[in-house]
Design a protein around this ligand. Sequence first.
Ligand SMILES: [Zn+2]
Length: 151
Amino acid sequence: MDWVAELAVSQPNFFVEICNDRRPSAAVEHPVKSYPTPQNVAHTMRIKGFLLNIPSLWVDGMALFPFILSKRKVPSRYFLNHERIHLRQQLELGLVIFYVWYFIEYLIRFVQYRNHYLAYLHISFEKEAYAHERDLRYLRKRRFCAWWKYL
Ligand SMILES: [Zn+2]
């Protein structure tokens, strides 16, 4: 079983790092086993997040700080990374401002592209998350408000 399956099945809680920590760390690959050790906590502030399995969800997944809602019982590691990037964005802006901004930007992109899916893909928060979801170390090196440059 890989770490995500382990995470989802045995411990549906995870940590959202909110400080930059540029040290390479095994913690990214094995969060269940390595969180939290005194060494990790000393360098990074972590907020607990929770993975919720909701089979009736109308989308594959969504981030609603401090929760990641997932339609699948065992989501992929890239899906989880994508949603964790959204959790970080929500931490920076606050949940209400994040969703108000998200919705307004969606409307602007919809006027631009005249297509729901294209509008969604061009929201700055989504552009950042899709660009980096396959880099499992991304959140460790990400700069504050990194979504800004995707506007
Ligand atoms: Zn997304």
